[in-house]
Design a binder for this molecule. Structure first.
Ligand SMILES: [Zn+2]
Length: 318
């Protein structure tokens, strides 16, 4: 059995896990990122963390075949060209981590790592191509084709959240209008839920959420489930916009699997079944014999560690 380490670098915490060839995490731990600080300091702490989890996993550090790291931001060929959460600009992170750790390393974008994790060990296992759409504060994406992340020639590929869904529509954080993210992020769903509540004082949403200041992305799903028509309309509209994004992805790439990730994917069939139907009804070429499967993500909090490890592991195993 070969062993690897996956490191998930976030703006607040850095998590790392020892991962075996079956993508099982044998042991993991996390430390505070303490950003902004130099990549050298961060890598020193990562190496200490790696040695610590090896001890927990009872795998000698010398036996680790490689370290993969995932972090937010734009990354090209091991260089973090821009990561606002970490305060990095043109940081050669891969080579710094390699010289500090004495291991072969890879570094990739965290949304790409999540896609790779689903490809290797989750919803896309046993398939050759997958596009992941990750719904959180924003909408992220990752494209995996034949085991390789497609990151674009400049590292800015797969920005699925910024596919234009409504021409001239809502203002997006990127400065454009009508992006998928402005309609289908958890942030957008929460705002839509609040607006529906204000316009409908009798909606069950009030009771389910406990008030306008407590609304999460889950409440509209919960109230819809209890038969609240107002909440059902919020969800319907949300899924309609998501279906446009997914249909565009399918039309462009025809991946075997489109995987919907982020906290909302825990809604499972409540989200996936109507999404699948809308995509089939409205968005895609109808005459194809075999069609992409739309699936919910499987690897929630572990996706960063598993995907980062997969990034270096897939290189190794071909
Ligand atoms: Zn945008």
């Amino acid at each position: 059995m070969k062993y690897y380490i996956g490191v998930d670098i976030g703006g607040t915490n850095i998590a790392a896990g020892v991962v075996d060839e079956t993508y099982t995490i044998l042991a993991s731990d996390s430390i505070p990122t303490k950003a902004p600080r130099s990549a050298e300091e961060i890598c020193d702490d990562i190496v200490a963390l790696c040695k610590n989890i090896c001890q927990k996993a009872e795998v000698p550090y010398d036996g680790i075949c490689g370290i993969g790291a995932a972090c937010p931001g734009l990354i090209k060929d091991g260089v973090v060209t821009f990561a606002s959460n970490l305060g990095f600009e043109n940081v050669p992170f891969k080579s710094i981590l390699e010289s500090k750790s004495g291991k072969r390393c890879e570094v990739c974008n965290d949304a790409n790592a999540a896609a790779l994790a689903e490809y290797a060990a989750g919803a896309g296992k046993k398939y050759h191509s997958l596009v992941a759409v990750t719904i959180g504060t924003g909408v992220g994406g990752g494209i995996v084709l034949n085991g390789r992340i497609w990151e674009g020639f400049n590292g800015a590929g797969a920005e699925i959240g910024h596919l234009v869904t409504v021409p001239g529509g809502r203002l997006c954080s990127c400065g454009n209008r009508g992006c998928l993210e402005a309609y289908c992020s958890a942030t957008a769903l929460i705002n839509d839920t609040k607006e529906a509540m204000i316009n409908n004082p009798n909606s069950k949403l009030w009771e389910v959420s406990g008030g306008i200041d407590h609304v999460t992305g889950k409440h509209a799903f919960d109230a819809a489930d209890q038969g609240d028509v107002i909440a059902q309309n919020v969800i319907k509209r949300f899924i309609k916009y998501l279906s446009i994004g997914v249909a565009n992805i399918i039309t462009l790439l025809q991946p075997e699997v489109v995987c919907i990730g982020g906290g909302m994917s825990k809604e499972g069939d409540t989200l996936i079944v109507p999404l699948d139907k809308l995509v089939a009804d409205n968005g895609v070429i109808k005459s194809l014999a075999s069609k992409p499967k739309i699936k919910a993500a499987r690897l929630f909090n572990d996706a960063g560690i598993v995907g980062a490890a997969a990034d270096i592991m897939l290189d190794d195993l071909g």
